[in-house]
Design a protein around this ligand. Structure first.
Ligand code: SAH
Ligand code: SF4
Length: 414
């Protein structure tokens, strides 16, 4: 198992860790509930302010643990109210997160990795290279830090910031469990959405976890040839396998899945593409978000509004629920695919050619310089990441196979 970069950080402790910690220092277990309330509910990070602990205990805590919080080192505000934060995590990674306002409700878009090893050519995060996975604490702390900064509760969390959540599944599920735990932050599972580029083992792990968070899949292409180009991990998890994983996911959870489809001019927005998409999604219970692409400096242009509408009408007449997603934070590069984390990500390496069947596999490949943590085949590892730093421990959170059937509504971000 990888080593946690800052295992002493208070943000890495889940409730059980706190119970064990207090027992080890001869304190009653109710202290665990007290400290979790300070950190995750009251957003108080300095032990000196934790007034229901005596002076000696406060001193002991400060001596044994690292209370330094993550920090916001830059904030940008969009005309539409979206805010983008550059955060230094407690493990000293720099990541970007966004906060999107829908009426009175706030949605936080959290990062799961520093950069992203998948390397989709239209995405600024992917183009900036890959550095490392975030730990569960580093993912969860982004939420409470933003809540402290804006002085109120955030209502929804989407794992749609920097990184591919299912190339860091254990840490992502740990973060969600921590934020969901009523003794910690207590945010309901239905307020979380994980967005994946289609890493099928992660989809299976999410179903088996029984957690009940929502799932979104970035599809963006209705055939393998095009998807191999747009989302390089498709060579490892082709559409047939992805659709089978989604069917199994729905059998297990009963949940509707959100399909994200970004529309790029003359790439994936034709009538024929729409018809292929209808055939591909046949038999799945999905909600399709059509996203007029955010243009980055990489040659992928946004589809014309009339082509977006034509695409949607094909889906609608085939009986699919669909909406055209409004852009949030485009003027401050806070929209989907525009997060880069600046300064931190390594430059994008030369693309490598992959054959279908060369697998991206999460957590199996030992990480080292020059290798992304998600690939078995070393030639695939060359695709991304040249500046690997410390590895991040992913807590071995076992999943329970509790099964649920429920209907769901759509989870979405900007
Ligand atoms: N890696 C995950 C989650 C982070 S990306 C995933 O790919 O799903 C969040 C969303 O932004 C994804 O749907 C992604 O495809 C989308 N995105 C990336 N670049 C974009 C762009 N230039 N225009 C529109 N959407 C983009
Ligand atoms: Fe990674 Fe998602 Fe961007 Fe693709 S779209 S490079 S998977 S963050």
């Amino acid at each position: 198992m990888d080593k946690l970069i800052n295992e002493n950080s208070i943000f890495e402790h889940d409730f059980d860790d706190w119970v064990k910690f207090f027992s080890a220092v001869g304190q009653p277990s109710y202290r665990a509930g007290q400290i979790c309330a300070w950190i995750w509910r009251r957003r108080v990070f300095d032990p000196e302010d934790m007034t229901d602990f005596g002076k000696d205990l406060r001193a002991r805590l400060a001596e044994l643990l690292d209370f330094s919080p993550p920090e916001i080192i830059r904030e940008d505000k969009s005309r539409d109210g979206t805010r983008k934060f550059l955060i230094v995590t407690t493990g000293r990674a720099k990541v970007e997160t966004t906060l999107i306002k829908h009426g009175e409700r706030l949605t936080a878009c959290l990062s799961t990795q520093v950069g992203c090893p998948v390397g989709c050519p239209f995405c600024a995060t992917g183009s900036a290279g890959f550095e490392r996975n975030l730990s569960g604490g580093e993912i969860a702390e982004q939420l409470v830090l933003m809540e402290k900064h804006v002085g109120r509760e955030i209502n929804n969390v989407v794992l749609m910031g920097m990184g591919e959540p299912f190339l860091n599944t254990d840490a992502v599920l740990r973060a969600i469990r921590m934020l969901n735990d009523p003794k910690m932050r207590g945010l309901g599972v239905r307020h979380f959405t994980i967005s994946t580029a289609g890493i099928t083992p992660g989809i299976a792990a999410l179903a088996a976890s029984g957690l009940g968070v929502r799932l979104a899949v970035s599809l963006h292409a209705p055939n393998d040839e095009l998807r191999d180009e747009l989302i390089p991990c498709n060579t490892n998890y082709p559409l047939k396998e992805l659709v089978a994983a989604l069917k199994n996911y729905q059998i297990t959870t009963g949940d509707r899945v959100t399909i994200e489809y970004a529309l790029f001019k003359k790439k994936n927005d034709s009538l024929e593409h729409a018809r292929q998409l209808v055939r591909l999604l046949h038999g799945l219970h999905v909600y399709v978000n059509l996203i007029p692409a955010n243009e980055n400096k990489n040659g992928y242009e946004r589809s014309a509004p009339e082509d977006v509408l034509r695409f949607q009408s094909i889906l609608k007449s085939a009986g699919f629920e669909s909406e055209i997603r409004a852009e949030h934070g485009g003027d401050i590069t806070a929209a989907c695919g525009q997060l880069k984390g600046e300064e931190n990500a390594s430059p994008r390496p030369e693309p490598a050619t992959r054959e279908r069947g060369e697998r991206m596999s999460e957590q199996k490949t030992p990480r080292g310089r020059g290798g992304a943590p998600c690939r078995k085949n070393p030639s695939v590892g060359k695709l991304k990441s040249s500046k690997n730093t410390n590895d991040t421990k992913r807590p071995n959170d076992s999943t329970n196979a509790m099964r649920r059937r429920r209907s769901s509504s759509n989870g979405r971000a900007g």
